[in-house]
Design a protein around this ligand. Structure first.
Ligand SMILES: Nc1nc2c(c(=O)[nH]1)N[C@H]1C(S)=C(S)[C@@H](COP(=O)(O)OP(=O)(O)OC[C@H]3O[C@@H](n4cnc5c(=O)[nH]c(N)nc54)[C@H](O)[C@@H]3O)O[C@H]1N2
Ligand SMILES: Nc1nc2c(c(=O)[nH]1)N[C@H]1C(S)=C(S)[C@@H](COP(=O)(O)OP(=O)(O)OC[C@H]3O[C@@H](n4cnc5c(=O)[nH]c(N)nc54)[C@H](O)[C@@H]3O)O[C@H]1N2
Ligand code: SF4
Ligand SMILES: [Mo]
Length: 742
């Protein structure tokens, strides 16, 4: 193992690794002992839930008559998909087939003075990890171990970490995604929005999308409900500087000047109050702070907002009236990836306030009350009580965050004399932190300070290049996983089971976590050797069984109460300080933050620069699908959207390759193709996230398109909860590809 001082990103299985005979031989011998026949080989159709994104649609994996993978379809009883998968979900077959998959455990070793990854047997990899975890914890404490995880298998690594004595489990779906929304809604309604969102889109009469690009954002159930709502005549209002798919379906498209949404929201609140378009009974019965709000927005007129947002006053009024007339069957959509400009919690507070005024929370066509199922857990010893938390390192910061921040852990890993301790071990499961966290230099600096980094992944993604040990997980088509329980209108469970034996020498996360627990003396936290026995026990406790779930895939239970919406005269107790919906956020005030949202202007792009805007493509998920053989067929690189006026000024033509360079001089690693389109404002450019991979082992996606993360060096951190605003970066164009090699 190379020391961290000569740490480098290594990109390939070293020549040494391939040539070394012993570990391979051990690995194969090990397989022979382990390999029992695959018990589900005869099943022509096995249940699963999709892992291509986090909507977790339940479906079926079908085999052809040779027993090979044929196709994946939706389960008709599933509330997330209603039996229909999105193109990415169907393309899940590509995850199984991808020949670039991680195949065997790899360890960083020094061979002839050079660091390489060497293939090793599972025993060697796991023994090494457990030994190093113990050694490092004996010096720095177990709390210096952090888990970053996104996706289903992470649960069991979480158990391992807690059992080991660390509370530091972080997911990029909080501070890089929906954290500000959850904090804003918790501090207004006493509850977050959750996932899938509790939006009652199918019955709404007016849907307001503020940068929610449903259509590119392919969250299945929402898209289906949105098209149902459109069929039933709902008014769609889309606020987006880009002409998105949703904009094309909308009655009103408000091409707002980027970064000014809070001004629009405040002006809408102003009109709704001034013109008495709000739900008076609801506001009187349920809310706290109406008078303060009214005074606060008194001067925030449409005329005021026009100067900021470029949206005409009459359009602001007209759209406010459309919402008011649809009330309470109106949804001002809370969005999902909301970490934009650093004042995101306050922007989402304005969204929450609007919904409260319109009486949509708890109402049909607004936000319903979701239900879920609680899965019982086997009795295990108590977790040890950690003596430190990441908060120790950031005592004054991000006080309203209710979870461990991925970026917080990253920052607390970089040695800093003002802090007492730093993280020393990272376990990274199913998250490509290099592309996922903004400011790559910072992420890499943190990784360089580590003593141990273990990466569990299915693909040789960027993050694996920095690992000490890489553990290959089998894909979701080859494993059991925890029972899917998520929020929905009805309580429902779904099963994921293996359709095939794991390819190569890959293994399920459950097995890895349990094997590590044995080596760490923590086996008591994993009382079931086989995951299927754990699942069977859990399912029986819930009144089903593994046998039943293997046949039906999803099971729906009855809601215990008929309370999907508030009853007409229901007295509702909200989990806020006042027990009311807080238009005026008392918890914010107590923490020294604005109890009512205040608009403050954001930095503008300097001359010759354009705001870097990014988002999704319907056929890809983040960086995880860029190499998927089925999905690269549909789209194999991203392009940069440029307004015709700007293209003309720069002499750019369609399909020309250029580089982008940001305000800090950071240049895109790979060139990107120009797409000239009226669909983007002249002050911004747009690109799809997840491309521009720099790992040669990703044979289909290496060097295809550019990475937005590369160009996000400036991070606008939300002072309330630590969300990482990523839309404050500006880029210019480099057309001379050959000359600029700096
Ligand atoms: N620049 C920029 N950054 C962003 C965003 C953006 O739009 N632009 N979006 C943000 C948002 S909204 C989110 S939610 C996050 C998402 O962040 P991530 O979840 O980190 O996104 P991915 O890039 O898909 O990385 C997933 C990783 O999991 C691996 N993987 C896939 N399936 C499995 C599996 O079954 N087991 C294991 N162990 N690994 C698996 C993939 O190979 C990949 O390395 O990113 C955030 N960061
Ligand atoms: N196909 C596909 N679908 C996905 C995903 C995926 O990877 N692929 N990821 C899923 C996940 S985890 C998430 S979090 C969601 C993310 O998807 P969403 O929450 O829908 O969207 P965002 O990424 O926040 O926003 C992208 C849109 O915001 C617009 N925008 C940019 N700046 C501004 C601005 O200043 N104001 C306004 N009003 N709009 C602006 C952009 O033009 C773009 O249309 O998508 C989910 N669905
Ligand atoms: S929305 Fe598509 S990719 Fe996401 S879980 Fe459902 S089928 Fe899979
Ligand atoms: Mo997300």
């Amino acid at each position: 193992m190379g020391s961290r001082r000569d740490f480098i990103k290594i990109s390939a299985v070293g020549v040494g690794g391939l040539a070394v005979g012993l570990p391979m031989a051990r690995s194969l011998a090990y397989q022979a002992v382990e390999a029992d026949s695959f018990p589900y080989a005869e099943m022509m159709r096995t249940p699963t839930y999709c892992e291509v994104c986090f909507w977790k649609c339940a479906g079926w994996i079908h085999k052809n008559d040779k027993g090979e993978l044929w196709k994946i379809t939706g389960n008709d009883h599933d509330l997330h998909s209603n039996g229909r998968f999105c193109p990415r979900g169907t393309g899940g077959v590509g995850m199984y087939h991808d020949e670039d998959r991680l195949k065997r455990p790899l360890m960083r070793k020094t061979v002839n003075g050079k660091q390489v990854f060497e293939e090793v047997a599972w025993d060697e990899a796991l023994d090494f990890i457990a030994r190093r975890m113990k050694e490092i914890a004996s010096v720095h404490g177990p709390e210096c171990t952090a888990l970053f995880t996104h996706g289903s298998g992470g649960k069991y690594f979480g158990t391992l970490l807690r059992a080991f004595g660390s509370p530091h489990i972080a997911a990029p779906s909080y501070a890089q995604c929906r954290g500000p929304r959850e904090v804003a809604f918790q501090n207004t309604f006493g509850e977050g929005v959750g996932s899938p969102e509790r939006t009652d889109i199918r019955d709404t009469r007016c849907l307001v999308l503020i940068g929610s690009h449903l259509g590119e954002n392919m969250h299945n159930g929402q898209i289906q409900e949105m098209s149902d709502a459109i069929d039933k005549g709902a008014t769609i209002i889309t606020v987006d500087p880009r002409y998105s798919t949703a904009a094309s379906k909308s009655k009103y498209w408000l091409p707002i000047k980027p970064a000014t949404d809070l001004a629009l929201l405040l002006a809408w609140i102003n009109v709704i109050i001034e013109e008495e378009l709000y739900d008076r009974d609801y506001v009187e019965r349920y809310t706290y702070g109406f008078e303060q709000l009214k005074n606060h927005v008194a001067t925030m007129t449409p005329q005021w907002a026009y100067g900021i947002t470029t949206i005409k006053p009459e359009v602001i009024r007209e759209t406010a009236r459309a919402m008011g007339h649809a009330s309470p069957a109106v949804i001002v959509h809370p969005g999902r990836h909301v970490t934009w400009y650093g004042d995101d919690t306050q922007r989402l507070r304005a969204v929450a306030i609007l919904n409260a005024l319109l009486g949509s929370w708890g109402r049909r066509g607004g936000f319903y009350r979701p239900e879920t199922v609680t899965v019982p857990e086997p009795t295990t010893p108590e977790y040890p009580t950690p003596s430190r938390s990441w908060r120790t390192e950031f005592p004054d910061l991000y006080r309203l965050s209710d979870t461990v921040l991925a970026n917080g852990v990253c920052d607390a890993t970089i040695p800093d004399p003002s802090r007492g301790c730093n993280f020393k071990t990272w376990i990274v499961n199913g998250t490509n932190l290099i592309e996922t966290l903004p400011n790559q230099e910072n992420t890499i600096k943190a990784i360089e300070s580590l003593e141990l980094m273990v990466v569990i992944d299915t693909m040789p993604m960027e993050i694996t290049g920095y690992a000490d040990v890489i553990l290959p997980e089998c894909t979701y088509l080859e494993r059991f996983d925890e029972i899917r329980v998520s929020l929905h209108r009805e309580p429902q469970i779904a099963l994921r089971m293996p359709a095939f034996k794991p390819k190569y020498d890959s293994k399920p996360g459950y097995w890895m976590a349990r094997e590590l627990s044995k080596r760490l003396g923590l086996e008591a936290y994993f009382p079931y050797e086989k995951q299927e026995d754990l699942l069977d026990w859990q399912l029986k406790e819930l009144g089903s069984s593994l046998e039943e779930m293997m046949r039906i895939g999803v099971k729906t239970f009855k809601r215990p109460y008929d309370d999907l919406y508030f009853a007409p005269d229901e007295e509702v107790e909200f989990w806020t300080n006042t027990g009311k919906i807080e238009l005026y956020a008392t918890a914010f005030e107590m923490e020294g933050f604005d109890p009512l949202p205040v608009y403050t202007p954001h930095e503008e792009p300097p001359a010759g620069y354009y705001r870097l805007n990014y988002g999704r493509a319907p056929m890809h998920t983040f960086s995880r699908t860029a190499n998927n053989p089925n999905l690269t067929d549909l789209m194999d690189e991203n392009s940069v959207w440029i307004n015709p006026k700007v293209a003309w000024e720069w002499g750019l033509v369609n399909d020309q390759y250029i580089h982008l360079r940001n305000q800090d001089g950071k240049r895109s690693e790979f060139p990107i193709r120009v797409r000239i389109t009226e669909r983007i404002r002249w002050d911004s450019v747009y690109m799809v996230h997840g491309f521009g991979h720099d790992r040669k082992q990703l044979t289909r996606s290496y060097g295809r398109g550019a990475s937005d993360t590369n160009l996000i060096t400036k991070v606008l951190v939300d002072p309330l909860m630590g969300g990482t605003g990523m839309r404050g970066n500006f880029v210019t164009f480099i057309t001379e590809l050959e000359e600029d090699k700096s």
